[in-house]
Design a protein around this ligand. Structure first.
Ligand code: PLP
Length: 234
């Protein structure tokens, strides 16, 4: 079932890219495996997925230790609490949800020197809502400048979650993030990642220029629980 779902999602990406006149092969599919077991990750890996996203640190660490498959890139996409930064810096390849200078500094300080720099996206708050976290657009440039001297981070781009469910609002949010990304790239030309789009809105995101989509339920199925608020990540 997971393999079939991946075929369907890849097909959606291909169609959306074709409609947008962009190259589907240049769009990274991150399979968001939160709440699903290591076995589901192995199944997706066998179907060709190499990028996995997690929100809850404790759950993620157990999975990372349990999966042991070749060539996986682990992406942390959940809220980053200060007491989690050391473990995130040690066990992940990417963090999509950096929204404060303090978090960026801690991740850089705590990234082990023998590892490659941690790939980072700055999460931007879209549509004025604060629930999902993210830096306000007016604070984005300063946050990016604060990341410049951090040697163990590599600033890759921006991440956002549309406030939907209205498709017009979703599109407005994605267009907004695209504009912030284009504007910021004038000063940060090495940025190459626009992380936006999930199961329900990946077409709209790709139409607006996303080159990384984070897809959970369309691959793994409906999530039946949220891990308890025990400090494990959200
Ligand atoms: C859970 C989650 C996703 C995946 O959501 P789906 O709607 O299941 O595709 C993507 N991004 C973030 C930040 C998430 O928390």
């Amino acid at each position: 079932m997971i393999a079939n779902n991946i075929v369907t999602v890849r097909d959606r990406i291909r169609r959306a890219a074709a409609a947008a006149g962009t190259d589907a092969d240049a769009i990274t599919l991150v399979a968001v495996s939160k709440t699903f077991p290591a076995e589901a990750v192995r199944e997706a890996h066998a179907a060709g997925i190499r990028d996995f996203g997690e929100n809850y640190l404790q759950e993620a660490l157990e999975k990372i230790a349990g999966v042991r498959a070749e060539g996986i890139q682990w992406h942390f996409v959940g809220q980053v609490q200060s007491n989690k930064t050391a473990r995130i810096a040690r066990h992940f390849d990417w963090v999509h949800s950096v929204d404060r200078t303090r978090t960026a500094r801690r991740l850089s300080e705590q990234r082990p020197g023998h590892m490659p720099p941690l790939n980072v996206c700055l999460q931007v708050r879209l549509g004025g809502g604060a629930e999902r976290g993210g830096v306000a657009p007016r604070g984005l440039q300063q946050l990016a400048e604060d990341c410049r001297p951090l040697r163990n981070l590599r600033l890759r781009g921006l991440m956002g979650v549309a406030t939907g469910p209205d498709p017009d609002i979703t599109r407005r949010d994605f267009q907004h993030l695209r504009k912030l990304y284009d504007d910021l790239r004038v000063r940060f030309p090495d940025m190459d990642t626009l992380s936006m789009g999930m199961s329900g809105d990946l077409e709209a995101a790709i139409a607006c220029g996303a080159n990384l989509v984070r897809v959970g339920s369309a691959i793994f199925g409906e999530r039946h629980y949220s891990p308890p608020p025990d400090g494990s990540g959200t």
